[in-house]
Design a protein around this ligand. Structure first.
Ligand code: MOS
Length: 694
C-alpha cells in the first residue's frame, strides 16, 4: 500500500515546525497560570492526609483574619454539585468536591483557602487546623484481593473464543506467567491551573486541558448550568498524557470559589498535589497463559488482568486489548477485574490499558519464542490473523507485518543469536529484544466552521486542543489541503469550547476527529462556491461517524532495542531504541517523528523508572514529586529511531489513523525482553529496578 499523493495544495505530508514554537521559545505563549485576569484572587488547595475517614472540624474562622485571606471554602459553604456528573465510564465521585465530610482517599481536597496572593493563600492554608476522624483504609492492591470484581464492560465484554483448556492441553509449549506494573502518573511538565470568573451571566474559565468542549459539557452538568453558560479556553497546554483529559480538581474548585466569592479565582496545584489529586494509571497484575505448537502457531491465548480501582468512580484499564487484536489463535479468553481500594479513582494515562497490557502479552510472547527456540519476530509473523481474532471483523489497513519486517531489517535483527547471556562487552552484558503492538484508532464526532474572508484568507474554527503535540500546525495543513490554498492563508482558531462539538486530544483520536470535521466543512464551502465574502459554513461529523462500517481499526508498531546490563550494579542502559510505525497517513513528518520519539521515551520511562508507590500505613503517595517519581531524563535516553511504513486508513477522508499513544505502548516489553536476552533472567515486574535485575 502506498501513501496517497497529497489531495490538494500539498500542505499535508510536508515537514513544518510548530506554528507557535517562536512564541513558546520567546516566553510569549500564555499558559493557564500566566493568565492575568484583573482582580484575581488565588486559591490554595488543602488535601486530606488520611486515606479514609471524615472531617470532624475545620477551624476556618482562625485563618479568615490572616493577611490577604478572602475566604475559605469547605463542605459547609461550597455550592452543591450534581452527583450525576462524571466521565466516560459514569458518575465520578472525584468531581464532587467539598460536598460532605467524607474522605475517600488520601489527597482528597477538603478545603480551598483563597487570598489576594498565592503566597498568602498558601500560608493561611498551612495554618488551617482540621480535625479528622480516621477509619481503617486499604490501599494494598492484589489481583486476589477480596474486593475484586468484574470490571465495567465499557470497552466491550471479555473474550471467550474456542476451548482454552483443551487447546492448552494439546500445546507443545505453554507459558504461564504473571506480570505486575505499578501506579504511573501522567507527569506533564505544566502543573494544573485554572482561572474562573463570571462575566455577563457566563462562567469563563482559562484552563489547561485536553479538550475544552468536553470539559465545558462536564462542568455544566456538575454545576447544573446550561451548557451555553460555560466557556472554557485552554490556549497552550504544557503536556497532557491523560492527566488533563478529565475535569481537574483545580478547575472544579476555582469554579466553586468564584461563584461563592464573586471575583475571579485562580487555583494552581503544586507538583505534589498533581500527584495526589489528579488521576493516575492504576497498578495492574496480569496473568498470561499461551499455548503454541512446535511450528510457532498459537493454540490458546488467555489474558487475565486486574487493576486497582475506586468505589466512587468506575474506570477500565483495558489491559487485554492487544490479546484481542494482535494474534490468531483458535482459543482466546480475556478476563478483566477491578479491585476497589481507598485510592483516588484512576483514569487514563499514556496509552491506557495497552501500555501495561502489551508489556504482559509481549513479554509472554518472547517466552513462547524462547521455549520454541524460534526467532521472536517469526513467531509473531506466524500468527498474523486474517480477521479480528475475537470479533471476526475485517481489518482496515493492517500493516503490522510491514513494521516487523522493516524494523528487523533496520535493526539487523537477523544477525542475532537468540540464546541469552551470550554477548559481553567488558563487564557489561549486552542483549537485544523486540515487541509488537497495536493501538485502536478512529474518529469521534466533531464540528468545524470555516469562513471565507474578504481578504482571501480562511478562518477555520474547531474546538481542538494543542497539548504540545503540534495540533495547530497539523490542522492548518489539513485545512490548507482541503481548501486547496497555501497554509499561509489559513487562520486557525482552536482551544475554546465556544467553537462547538469537538472530541478531545485523547485516545489518539484528536487529529483524526478534527481533520474529518475540517475536511467536511471545506468540501461544503468549495461546493457552495460563494460569490460573496465573508461566507461561512459549518459541518458536523456525527452522522458520517455513525455510518462507518464495523471493522478492526488499529495502528501498529514494532519496537527493537539493545540494552547493556551491568551485572555488578544491576544498572540497565538502553543503548538503541528503534520503532517502526503504521499509523496511517503522515500529516507532518517532523511532528509525527516527535510524537513517536516522545512515545518511545515515555515507554522507556515506564520500563526503567516510573514507580508510583503508596505507603500502605498512611495510604498516601510516597513519592509525589520528580525527585521520588523518576521519569526518563536526557541521560537515560539513547539515540532513538522512529520510522513509518506506508499506511493509509481506507475509511478516513484524509487517510489518517492516529499517532498519539502507540509510541509508548510497545516499548517496555521490548526492553524487558532485551534484559532477559542480556542476563538470562526474565523480568516480569515494572519498573526494571536495579534490585530486581541483580
Ligand atoms: Mo490519553 S491517556 O488518551 O489522554
Amino acid at each position: 500500500m502506498k501513501i496517497p499523493a497529497p489531495q490538494h495544495s500539498g500542505a499535508v505530508g510536508v515537514a513544518r515546525p510548530r506554528l507557535e514554537a517562536p512564541d513558546k521559545v520567546a516566553g510569549k505563549a500564555r499558559y493557564a497560570a500566566d493568565a492575568a485576569v484583573p482582580g484575581s484572587a488565588f486559591g490554595y488547595v488543602v488535601t486530606a492526609p488520611v486515606a479514609r475517614g471524615r472531617v470532624r472540624h475545620i477551624d476556618s474562622e482562625a485563618v479568615r483574619g490572616m493577611p490577604g485571606v478572602v475566604g475559605v471554602l469547605d463542605h459547609r459553604n461550597a455550592p452543591r454539585l450534581n452527583p450525576e456528573a462524571g466521565n466516560f465510564f459514569g458518575p465520578d465521585g472525584s468531581l464532587r468536591l467539598l460536598q460532605d465530610d467524607a474522605i475517600p482517599y488520601a489527597g482528597r481536597p477538603v478545603a480551598l483557602v483563597v487570598a489576594e496572593t498565592f503566597e498568602q493563600a498558601r500560608t493561611a492554608a498551612a495554618a488551617l487546623r482540621i480535625d479528622y476522624a480516621t477509619a481503617t483504609h486499604d490501599t494494598g492492591f492484589a489481583a486476589d484481593h477480596p474486593s475484586a470484581r468484574p470490571a465495567s464492560t465499557a470497552f466491550g465484554p471479555d473474550a471467550e473464543i474456542g476451548d482454552v483448556e483443551a487447546e492448552l492441553a494439546a500445546s507443545a509449549v505453554i507459558v504461564d506467567e504473571r506480570y505486575r506494573t505499578p501506579e504511573q502518573h501522567g507527569a506533564a511538565m505544566e502543573p494544573h491551573s485554572a482561572t474562573a470568573w463570571w462575566e455577563d451571566g457566563r462562567l469563563q474559565v482559562l484552563d489547561c486541558n485536553q479538550g475544552p468542549f468536553t470539559m465545558a459539557m462536564t462542568l455544566a452538568v456538575l454545576l447544573r448550568l446550561d451548557p451555553a453558560q460555560v466557556r472554557i479556553r485552554a490556549e497552550h497546554v504544557g503536556g497532557g498524557f491523560g492527566s488533563k483529559s478529565m475535569l481537574g480538581p483545580h478547575l472544579v474548585l476555582a469554579a466553586m470559589a468564584t461563584t461563592v466569592l464573586d471575583r475571579p479565582v485562580r487555583v494552581t496545584l503544586t507538583r505534589a498535589q498533581v500527584f495526589q489529586t489528579v488521576a493516575m494509571r492504576p497498578a495492574t497484575e496480569q496473568r498470561l497463559r499461551i499455548g503454541a505448537d512446535t511450528d510457532g502457531r498459537l493454540r490458546a491465548l488467555h489474558h487475565e488482568a486486574a487493576f486497582a480501582g475506586s468505589p466512587i468512580a468506575e474506570y477500565v484499564e483495558n489491559c487485554p486489548e492487544p490479546s484481542k487484536v494482535l494474534y490468531a489463535a483458535p482459543a482466546i479468553r480475556t478476563r478483566l477485574t477491578t479491585v476497589p481500594l481507598d485510592i483516588l479513582p484512576p483514569y487514563s494515562v499514556r496509552g491506557p490499558g495497552l501500555t501495561p497490557g502489551s508489556f504482559a502479552l509481549e513479554s509472554a510472547m518472547d517466552e513462547v519464542a524462547e521455549r520454541l527456540g524460534m526467532d521472536p519476530v517469526d513467531v509473531r509473523l506466524r500468527n498474523e490473523p486474517a480477521a479480528g481474532p475475537v470479533t471476526g471483523l475485517p481489518f482496515r489497513g493492517r500493516n503490522l507485518a510491514a513494521c516487523l519486517h522493516e524494523g528487523a531489517r533496520r535493526f539487523a535483527w537477523h544477525t542475532r543469536d537468540h540464546r541469552p547471556r551470550r554477548r559481553r562487552e567488558g563487564g557489561l552484558l549486552i542483549g537485544t529484544g523486540m515487541a509488537a503492538t497495536c493501538f485502536s484508532t478512529g474518529a469521534l464526532p466533531s464540528s468545524a466552521t470555516i469562513t471565507a474572508e474578504t481578504d482571501g484568507t480562511y478562518t477555520v474554527a474547531i474546538g481542538a486542543s494543542d497539548i504540545g503535540t503540534g495540533a495547530r500546525t497539523a490542522l492548518t495543513a489539513i485545512a490548507a489541503d482541503a481548501l486547496d490554498v497555501g497554509p499561509e492563508r489559513i487562520r486557525l482558531r482552536i482551544a475554546d469550547s465556544d467553537l462547538g462539538l469537538a472530541w478531545a486530544a485523547g485516545g489518539s483520536r484528536g487529529t483524526t476527529s478534527w481533520a474529518w470535521a475540517i475536511t467536511m466543512a471545506a468540501a461544503e464551502l468549495r461546493a457552495a462556491a460563494p460569490a460573496t465574502r465573508p461566507f461561512t459554513v459549518s459541518a458536523d461529523t456525527s452522522e458520517a461517524f455513525a455510518a462507518l462500517p464495523y471493522a478492526e481499526r488499529h495502528a501498529y508498531s514494532a519496537v527493537f532495542t539493545q540494552v547493556a546490563v551491568d551485572p555488578a550494579t544491576g544498572e540497565i542502559r538502553v543503548r538503541r531504541l528503534l520503532g517502526v510505525f503504521a499509523v496511517g497517513r503522515i500529516v507532518n513528518p517532523l511532528l509525527a517523528r516527535s510524537q513517536a520519539v516522545g512515545g518511545l521515551i515515555t515507554g522507556l520511562s515506564t520500563a526503567l523508572h516510573e514507580d508510583g508507590t503508596r505507603d500502605r500505613v498512611t495510604g498516601r503517595n510516597a513519592n509525589p514529586d520528580f525527585a521520588g517519581y523518576h521519569i526518563a531524563a536526557h541521560a537515560d535516553v539513547p539515540g532513538i529511531e522512529a520510522h513509518f511504513v506506508p499506511d493509509h486508513d481506507p475509511d478516513d477522508p484524509s487517510g489518517i489513523k492516529g499517532i498519539g499513544e502507540i509510541g509508548t505502548v510497545g516499548t517496555a516489553a521490548a526492553i524487558a525482553n532485551a534484559v532477559w536476552h542480556a542476563t538470562g533472567t526474565r523480568q516480569r515486574t515494572l519498573p526494571l529496578r536495579l534490585d530486581r535485575v541483580l
